[in-house]
Design a protein around this ligand. Structure first.
Ligand SMILES: [Zn+2]
Length: 306
């Protein structure tokens, strides 16, 4: 089958780690997690790969680096994943150039994007090419034609679309914004005002960046529907990617995985149930709900949350 990149877009805490793990069960799919953060994770000794080893000693990422070195004809174990970084957030460029680049990502036209092929944006184009390079290496190491990148960031999604429009499929993960905000408050003790704005801005950026991407390449996945009936959702996703459904996809397996970042639940090997988390209904009081509605209620309702 043809190679493909599945890109999971959405705000944090929308169930992307759960989806990542279930997709990874398919014999043709390899999930790599939040690829945008890989170079940063590799440079932090205290952070570990989902397999439990630190990134520089993880067998999988070492194999990926080795094959990358071989392809480029450089000595083995050069920290290539840092030198040929697949991260857009680490591109070193001035604030104005970064803002201009984001404006270029929000507009829908591929033609305008290619016309704006200026040296100003070359570091970003290089990052996009690095992503394509590493995805091909990962396909070769795992023998899986479909790579899943769950970085979630809207601008990265659009940059990868512009770099290789034919092979990308987007899963836009949507969850009730009140649940996402409650999760953020629980985790960071931020006030609702901040949590609601962060959800609103993340979703708005995705909506803008999706413009120009053909509808047939976008799958809108509601977290609540996914957790209530994962079987049907995974079957629909397989149709969307044009691969046969496999029943073992439903098993929440947390062993031998090498995802970058994501929800800490990936380390809780004993938790294997797929559960709908609706704690927000007990946690948020009338004042929080009013604050959320004032900031993001309209957008939330547009996703069919009443
Ligand atoms: Zn690993």
């Amino acid at each position: 089958m043809d190679k493909k990149l599945i890109y999971i877009a959405g705000s944090s805490r929308t169930g992307s780690t759960l989806l990542d793990l279930l997709l990874n069960n398919h014999k043709w799919i390899i999930s790599i997690g939040e690829m945008d953060r890989l170079p940063w994770f590799m440079s932090q000794a205290s952070l570990t790969c989902s397999c439990g080893n630190d990134f520089n000693h993880c067998v999988f990422w070492r194999k990926v680096q080795s094959l990358g070195c071989e392809k480029l004809g450089v000595p083995p174990y050069t920290p290539l994943l840092i030198e040929r970084s697949p991260s857009f957030r680490e591109v070193s460029i001035g604030t104005i150039s970064r803002l201009l680049y984001k404006a270029l990502m929000i507009q829908p036209s591929k033609t305008i994007y290619h016309l704006a092929n200026l040296s100003l944006f070359r570091p970003f184009q290089k990052a996009a090419q690095n992503c394509l390079f590493w995805n091909d290496i990962i396909r070769e190491v795992t023998d899986c034609p479909v790579v899943v990148d769950s970085s979630k960031i809207a601008f990265r999604m659009k940059a990868l679309y512009f770099a290789d429009p034919k092979n990308i499929r987007i899963i836009h993960m949507i969850r009730d914004g009140r649940a996402v905000a409650a999760s953020e408050i629980r985790r960071t003790q931020r006030p609702m005002k901040i949590a609601a704005r962060r959800w609103y801005q993340a979703q708005k950026k995705i909506i803008f960046c999706l413009k120009g991407i053909p509808n047939g390449q976008i799958f809108r996945l509601h977290y609540e529907q996914f957790c209530s009936d994962p079987n049907s959702t995974l079957q629909e996703l397989c149709d969307f990617v044009n691969i046969p459904y496999q029943e073992n996809m439903l098993v929440l397996n947390k062993h031998g995985i090498h995802n970058v970042g994501g929800n800490p639940m990936r380390f809780r090997r004993g938790e294997t149930d797929i559960k709908l988390d609706e704690r927000w209904k007990q946690e948020l009081g009338p004042e929080d709900l009013d604050t959320f509605n004032g900031i993001a209620g309209r957008l939330n309702r547009s996703f069919r949350y009443s």
